[in-house]
Design a protein around this ligand. Structure first.
Ligand SMILES: Nc1nc2c(ncn2[C@@H]2O[C@H](COP(=O)(O)OP(=O)(O)OP(=O)(O)O)[C@@H](O)[C@H]2O)c(=O)[nH]1
Ligand SMILES: [Zn+2]
Length: 429
C-alpha cells in the first residue's frame, strides 16, 4: 500500500527495534509474527491499522464528495388519489431544513389545481416547482423531462438539497426511474435515492383487481403477462410502501391483515408504513440509498424492457367553463346535477349520459377529480375539489384574482368528453 511507503520507524510508537534477526534464532517464527513490514519498513500493527483507516477515509471522502455534489431524487408514485401530494406536503413541512425541489408530472394540466391545493398550506418550503405538464413522463416526454430537471439543477446551484418527483397516478415508475439512470447528464448531477409508493388502503384492492384484458405495452401491443395493472407496477417498484388512508380500514384487523398479504404478494421486501394523511417520520422515506448497492439496470431490467405498461381504458378530460353565478347555482346545479351524478353514476340526472354513447355497457368510471371552482359576486369565492372515485372533498382555495374561469380535471376509465361536456352545459345553461 503506497501510503505506507514513507512511514518512518519510530521507537515509542513502533516499539523496540528487534535485534538483527540472523535467521538462526530458534523462536524465529515468534519474532516474525510480532512485526509487520512493507518493502523493508518495519512498523507496528497499530500504525498499519491507522494508515489503513486514513486510506479508507480518503476513498470514502471521494465517494461522499461525488455524492455530495449529486442531488438525491425520491420518486413518489402511487395510484390516483392515494395521497402522493399529501405526502409531498408532509415531507416539505418536516424537511423544512432541506431545500426541496418538487417535480410534478401530472396527466392533463391539473398541476395548477395541484398547486392550489398544496400552497393552501402556505408551505413555502418548496424551492422550485417544475411541472412537466401534459403527457406522461415515461413516454415521449422523456428528453423534455431530463432537460427540464437538468436545467432546474443548473439554474439553482447549491440551492437544492433534495428533489421529490411526484409521478402521475397512472404512470408506470420504472421507465421514469430508468430515465434518471440512463441519461449521462442527469446521472452526473442527480441520483435516485428510492421509489416511494403511496397506496390507498381504501381503494387499492379495486385497483389490483381491475385488470384490463387487453391493456398493452406502449408501442408494440403484447398481452399483459399475468394480468397486471399499473397499480401492480407501482407496488412492485417500491423501496418504501406507504399504506395510506389507514383511517378507512383501522377498524377491521381482518382487512389490515388481508391488505398486508395482497401487498406482500406483489412486493415481499419493501418496508411498509401504515399512515393517515401520509404522516410518517421523514427518515422512513428520504436518504434511504436504495440503489447504492445494486445497479439500477439489474433492478429495472427485470421489470420492463423498453416498453411501459399503458391501460388504454384510462384517459383524462379537462373542462374549463364560466364562473358560477351564486352559491345556489354551485350547490343545486353544479354539485347536485353534475358532480354527484358523475361520481355516483347511478344517482340523479343520468339522462344526458344515457342519451350518449356513455352507457354502451362499458364500465366507465371517474377515478380522480380535481377542480378549481370560481363563484363570482361581491367577494368571489374559489373552491378546490379533490375526488377519489366516489368520494370528494371541497377545500377553500386562495382567490387572488388570477382565476377567471372554472376548471375541472377528470381521470378515469372509458370517459367520453362529449357526454360529460353535454351534462355540464345542460346543468349550467
Ligand atoms: N381519509 C383519508 N383521506 C386522505 C388521506 N390522505 C389523503 N387523503 C385525501 O385523499 C385525496 C387525494 O389526496 P392527494 O394527496 O391529492 O392524492 P394524490 O395521490 O396526490 O392524487 P393524484 O396526484 O391526483 O394521483 C385528498 O382529498 C386527500 O385529502 C388519508 O390518510 N385518509
Ligand atoms: Zn406513458
Amino acid at each position: 500500500m503506497s501510503a505506507l511507503r514513507n512511514i518512518k520507524f519510530n521507537e515509542e510508537e513502533d516499539g523496540e527495534l528487534p535485534v538483527l534477526v540472523t535467521g538462526e534464532e530458534d523462536n524465529l517464527q515468534e519474532i516474525l509474527k510480532n512485526v509487520s513490514y512493507d518493502g523493508g519498513n518495519i512498523v507496528s500493527d497499530a500504525k498499519v491499522e491507522r494508515v489503513n483507516k486514513q486510506v479508507d477515509n480518503a476513498s470514502t471522502n471521494v465517494t461522499d464528495l461525488r455524492k455530495r455534489k449529486r442531488i438525491p431524487v425520491s420518486i413518489i408514485t402511487g395510484y390516483l388519489g392515494s395521497g402522493k401530494s399529501t405526502l409531498l406536503e408532509k415531507i416539505a413541512l418536516k424537511g423544512a431544513d432541506k431545500k426541496i425541489a418538487v417535480i410534478l408530472n401530472e396527466f392533463g394540466d391539473s398541476s395548477e389545481i395541484e398547486k392550489a391545493m398544496t400552497i393552501k398550506n402556505g408551505s413555502s418550503s418548496y424551492q422550485e416547482w417544475l411541472d412537466l405538464g401534459n403527457g406522461c413522463l415515461c413516454c415521449s416526454l422523456k428528453n423534455i423531462g431530463v432537460k427540464a430537471i437538468e436545467d432546474m439543477v443548473e439554474r439553482s446551484p447549491g440551492k437544492i438539497d433534495y428533489i421529490l418527483l411526484e409521478t402521475s397516478g397512472i404512470a408506470d415508475p420504472a421507465p421514469i426511474a430508468k430515465m434518471f439512470w440512463q441519461d449521462e447528464g442527469l446521472n452526473s448531477s442527480v441520483y435516485i435515492d428510492g421509489i416511494i409508493t403511496v397506496l390507498d388502503c381504501e381503494h387499492i384492492l379495486k385497483c389490483l383487481d381491475d385488470v384490463s384484458v387487453d391493456a398493452h405495452w406502449h408501442g408494440d401491443k403484447v398481452g399483459l403477462k399475468g394480468n397486471l395493472t399499473i397499480a401492480h407496477f407501482q407496488l412492485a417498484m417500491a423501496d418504501r410502501i406507504i399504506m395510506n388512508k389507514y383511517d378507512t380500514i383501522e377498524h377491521s384487523p381482518a382487512m389490515v391483515k388481508h391488505l398486508k398479504e395482497r401487498v406482500r404478494e406483489v412486493n415481499s421486501i419493501a418496508p411498509m408504513f401504515f399512515t393517515k394523511y401520509s404522516d410518517t417520520p421523514i427518515d422512513n422515506l428520504l436518504d434511504i440509498h436504495a440503489y447504492d448497492s445494486i445497479r439500477i439496470s439489474d433492478m429495472l431490467g427485470s421489470n420492463t424492457g423498453d416498453g411501459t405498461i399503458h391501460d388504454h381504458r384510462m384517459g383524462t378530460i379537462m373542462l374549463t367553463f364560466r364562473p358560477l353565478k351564486s352559491e345556489e347555482e354551485y350547490n343545486e346545479k353544479f354539485i347536485k346535477q353534475f358532480l354527484q351524478p358523475l361520481l355516483w353514476k347511478n344517482f340523479g340526472a343520468m339522462a344526458v349520459l344515457e342519451e350518449g354513447s356513455q352507457d354502451d355497457g362499458r364500465d366507465w368510471e371517474v377515478q380522480r377529480t380535481k377542480g378549481l371552482i370560481l363563484i363570482e359576486g361581491e367577494n368571489p369565492i374559489l373552491r378546490v375539489i379533490q375526488g377519489v372515485r366516489d368520494t370528494y372533498d371541497v377545500f377553500p382555495g386562495e382567490y387572488d384574482g388570477s382565476n377567471k374561469e372554472c376548471k375541472i380535471v377528470l381521470i378515469g376509465k372509458y370517459l367520453e368528453r362529449d357526454s360529460i361536456e353535454k351534462l355540464l352545459h345542460k346543468t349550467l345553461r
